[in-house]
Design a protein around this ligand. Sequence first.
Ligand SMILES: [Cu+2]
Length: 328
Amino acid sequence: MEQIPAPIWTLTAGIVVTLISFWVGQHHGLLPEQASEQAPLVDNFFNIMLTIGTALFLVVQGAILLFVIRYRRRPGDEGDGLPIEENLPLEVFWTAIPALIVIFLGIYSVDIFQRMGGLNPGDHTLHTMHTPEQAVAVVAEAPSKTTSDATALLAAAPTPEIGIGASPDVQGKAPDVVVDVTGMQYAWIFTYPDSGIVSGELHIPVGKDVQLNLSARDVIHSFWVPQFRLKQDAIPGVPTELRFKATKVGTYPVICAELCGGYHGAMRTQVIVHTPEDFEAWRTQNQVTATAPVISSLSDRHIEEIGVTPQLVAQVEAMTHHHSPDKL
Ligand SMILES: [Cu+2]
């Protein structure tokens, strides 16, 4: 090592660390599959952070190892270390580099959040289309209650104040599917305002713009689908939205990610992403049986241990239907 000039092996070490870091950033395998339009955005950001983190880890741990071995105390060496105090250029360097990295990550994260729709909850270009009175009129004129009335249903519902709203490509457009989601100790209840279906599982079509209107009945819950890379709190009294497009047909877990009481760990269900045809079939089938699906999807454990009874579900249904066209 003494024969090789320091700049050469520093450069070589830098190239090796860079290559390893980029490889780790792309091949870590730490994340579940991507099943929403937002997932690749979040993952790109995570991969960049992991690349930087890997490089820092290798540089710091590598330097420690190198110094421990190379500058260890030799037998018979009783002297003190070199009296080094202060190195201004070095200190400026190791302050400036992390500062630049943090500023870059901050700006990039805001950009990602904006592309996910995070800066646009309650798409105001959409909601200002109708006053509540106009919305009532629109709904009254359209008793057929098809999905094309989603705009009217949205306008009639309280405007979401927080959450993930329309991403730039669907801004100003009504969502394809609207689902009211109620979190309560200890279950998620999904109500479809345009068809009256109540379900214990979330059913949505793939590739469609879905808007969830989140609310909580008792305490704060958090709606999390890891495969969608989306997590949104449901807070009592605060209308919240979560708007996204699922990109992959399949069944994924829905997890409550906010400690909400004794059976918080059991507050799980699933989201079933259908092909558009299967979704229509599911809707037609369940529209007929009205509230049967949620009751059948509640397990004995839900009813006996957790206390989520069909009666409670009926109450929630009545509550979430306060803006239903039927009652106007
Ligand atoms: Cu919960």
